[in-house]
Ligand binder design. Structure first.
Ligand SMILES: [Zn+2]
Length: 487
């Protein structure tokens, strides 16, 4: 599949807005997402049937020329076959925009391509399985690539083909301003429903390359290390190689509250009549109350994620603007969960993994915007287990130990700060390497992987989410939730 080339001086960026569709629009969106699912499943069934038929015919000894003709797996080929079949198998197809079916066919084409390349060994990473049918529980989503895709000038509506003008839950000014000044162009729009049931519209756009704003002065510390933590009092700890703690970002109370609420709800769901009966080890019909709790869990998840994303966006923007080199840890998600004892499991671990991945993703594209560099410590770099005082190691440090006490030099230091200092020192070696090689390729220090170089803005792909959390709002269960401003 040919990739779209981004013109010089522009960057790809997504803008995501929560929507407040009317009930009729909600039905239209659900219908479009359903159309996408139908087209995907219908064509997947056909692809499988043709594969099986050909395999059976081959087993009877038919020559390749006599076999049932194979089906094209590319998007244009799938689309052609779908168009020939739709009036028979989906006589209602006219109810939705053709983009709905295209969404389903596109995901199928990608899935088949991923499976083929993975099977032929042309694809790095984990083996990809054969595409599966989408179920009613699959994420509802539809992508529009043609027709009216607009952010309305009133900054509170978006326009989509067929569905029309939908009210947004938040202001669209960030994107609207850029479109008005002709520094952004909309390529496509994806509308999808999150676990809380809310619909979002994400515009994929091209924006004129960003530069570091004049007011964002470079900090005194060119190199910093960032430790991404689990505890509420140290979501992010930023330190310099000489041991100064530059910044410590705490989780806002609203985030701790949302997470606490999530735990309560999950315990509650466990006591209810769920879809699995442990006594006889089989599926059963779940109770209405269980389903209700699940819906509340979904909303809590979405809310916690929105708050966390907001905090991390603010923090990573500042980091990318103020420092020349930012060092973060790398996480090998599969490896980390597979190995290690009980302390690596559970909600906290999952949250920390997600936060680290998010921080690294955000920093990577923002660093490219603002001309700084991100260095990722390789996954064996023992940032927490090394003493920042003498360089000694403590291999069996547990997550419960919040303070690093060194047996060799006697230093006693906050665990996260210790890790951040070690990471910052890794960045220092990186910078020295860069200067000695005078810009011609990077000589990263031991254990470092260079993630982004400065000023390669043309290749950055980022996304600016703007799902705000208001100081006080009433959540969907009717309880007033009060929040404090971001620490
Ligand atoms: Zn020591």
């Amino acid at each position: 599949m040919g990739r779209f080339e981004i013109p010089e001086g522009w960057v790809a960026q997504a803008y995501r807005f929560a929507l407040d569709p009317t009930p009729a629009q909600q039905r239209a969106l659900a219908s479009h997402a359903g159309g996408a699912r139908f087209a995907h499943n219908h064509m997947l069934a056909l692809v499988t049937a043709v594969l099986d038929q050909r395999a059976a015919e081959r087993s009877y000894g038919l020559t390749d020329a006599d076999l049932t003709p194979s089906l094209g797996w590319s998007l244009p080929a799938l689309r052609k076959t779908w168009n020939q079949r739709k009036s028979v198998y989906a006589p209602w197809w006219g109810a939705n925009s053709k983009e709905a079916y295209n969404t389903g066919l596109d995901s199928l084409a990608r899935g088949l391509d991923a499976w083929t390349t993975s099977r032929n060994g042309e694809r790095v990473g984990k083996a990809v399985g054969f595409p599966r049918f989408k179920t009613a529980r699959s994420r509802r989503s539809v992508r529009f690539t043609t027709g009216t895709l607009r952010v309305e000038p009133d900054r509170h509506h978006v326009s989509l083909p067929r569905v029309g003008r939908i009210k947004t839950h938040e202001s669209t000014r960030k994107l609207a301003r850029r479109i008005e000044s002709e520094s952004a162009r909309i390529l496509s729009a994806t509308v999808s429903q999150d676990s809380s049931g809310r619909w979002h519209c994400s515009f994929q756009t091209l924006v004129a390359a960003k530069t570091r704003p004049a007011h964002a002065s470079r900090s005194q510390c060119p190199v910093v290390g960032v430790d991404v933590g689990v505890k509420a009092d140290s979501l992010l700890v930023v330190a310099t190689p000489d041991g100064t703690e530059v910044q410590r970002i705490r989780a806002p109370k609203s985030l701790s509250a949302a997470q606490a609420r999530l735990r309560v709800l999950q315990r509650k769901a466990a006591r209810q009549h769920g879809p699995y009966d442990p006594a006889i080890r089989s599926r059963r019909r779940h109770s209405k109350r269980w389903a209700k709790t699940q819906a509340r869990i979904g909303r809590s998840h979405a809310r916690a994620a929105a708050i966390r994303r907001d905090v991390l966006h603010k923090a990573t923007t500042t980091l990318a603007q103020q420092h020349r080199v930012v060092v973060v840890e790398t996480l090998n998600a599969t490896g980390m969960r597979a190995a290690g004892g009980a302390y690596k499991k559970g909600l906290n671990r999952a949250l920390a993994d997600a936060a680290l991945a998010e921080v690294r993703r955000m920093l990577t594209y923002k660093a490219a915007w603002y001309g700084s560099a991100v260095v990722a410590a390789d996954r064996f770099f023992p940032s927490s287990k090394t003493c920042s005082g003498c360089g000694g190691r403590k291999p069996n440090l547990t997550l419960a130990e919040r303070t690093y006490v060194c047996a060799q030099c006697g230093v006693s230091i906050d665990r996260d700060r210790n890790a951040a200092i070690n990471l910052a020192r890794l960045g220092q070696t990186h910078m020295v390497g860069e200067q000695s090689s005078a810009g011609s390729g990077s000589v990263a220090g031991r254990g470092a992987i260079r993630e982004t170089g400065p000023a390669r803005a043309g290749q950055a792909g980022g996304r600016e989410a703007s799902t705000r959390h208001n100081p006080t709002r009433v959540d969907q269960t009717g309880t007033a939730v009060s929040q404090e401003a971001t620490a």
